[in-house]
Design a protein around this ligand. Sequence first.
Ligand code: COS
Length: 380
Amino acid sequence: MIDFALTETQELIQKTAHEFAVEHLAPNVIDRDENAEFPYKQIKLMGELGFMGMMVPKKYNGAGLDTLTYIIALEEIAVVEAATSTIMSVNNSLVCQLLVDWGTDTQKDQYLKMLASGEKLGAYSLSEPQSGSDASNLKTHARRENDHYIINGTKNWVTNGINSDIVILFCVTDKDLGSKGISAFIINKETAGLVTGQKEDKLGIRASDTCELYFENCKVPIKNRIGDEGIGFEIAMKTLRGGRIGIATQALGIARAALESALTYAIERKQFGKNIGSFGAIRNKLADIATEIDAARLLIWRAAKLKDNGESFIKESSMAKLYASTVAMKAATDCVQIHGGYGYMREYGVERLMRDAKITQIYEGTSEIQQLVIGRELMK
Ligand code: COS
């Protein structure tokens, strides 16, 4: 099913993403993490390189590439700075892909073009204080009045919530219909009545911003609704399937960073007169991490390939995310362990991997939700 050889285009994109990450992300990654500083300049450059709308057709200012090529680039970004890969993943997998799949031509002309070119940044807003894993239990409500909706409610954990220009919002249009009473909207961040909350102080991926959004009688034209009333939950779920391939790739990048760092240290560090990598206790850990990284990549590439072929990939994207995020957490924890006392110190930058890895087991569906999705698919 998968040709393991990369095409010339994929090799070039991989190299470009790697060089960009080394030159523009690596130098200040520890400072950005410490100060929770958004990578403005870098995201702008990524837009110019075509990295913010990789799967968007060229006529809408995207790179017109497939999912596999996109995740090859995303992995290179994630190895160096997971927080930046979050921003890239949300814009590509959740926002742009959603508009490609569900937007009207007018919506694509008006919003997708700017998002794909990197001129504007997007956010995806589903979760609410009482609605995380139970994603259809929304309270934020859109009431129709003539040619517009009036939206009220609170959304939380919105990645890119502060720095985005456009938000894809999911809210209730008919509370009696449950998951069939949810609709999706394109919201301009400057709309009156939309108030952006404080930046959350997070454990990891600190350079990406996360916040609450408050909708207070926010007036949104009907033409900003995506698809028909009531299909919002289907749009949210179908889009998250693709998003999970992106988060799995982010986890893969973190695991690779952990292996690269642990390997370098295991070769350099001497104890009892030998480099520590020559001891079985350390070498076996490295062998396990390397094996698990390759296995995670195979699961991710399978999901991406199925998506590109237009086949079902619900189970496979959940498997990829479940496994890759577990691998990332384990690899990062082992990397700190291999570095010993130095690993616990901020200046070595490996404790960041542990903090960054954790979120990959939580957002875009917790590991427990991935198990639920996989289990349900198996039972079908
Ligand atoms: N793809 C397409 N449509 C889906 C879907 C999927 N993966 N999962 C559900 N749906 C649709 C179906 O159309 C279903 O309608 P039918 O009754 O006609 O089958 C409808 O949604 C309701 O589905 P379901 O009854 O399965 O909903 P649940 O409330 O049981 O929730 C889970 C399903 C738990 C899988 C879902 O809520 C989920 O993914 N939660 C995690 C949310 C998440 O990832 N949040 C992160 C936000 S971004 S940080």
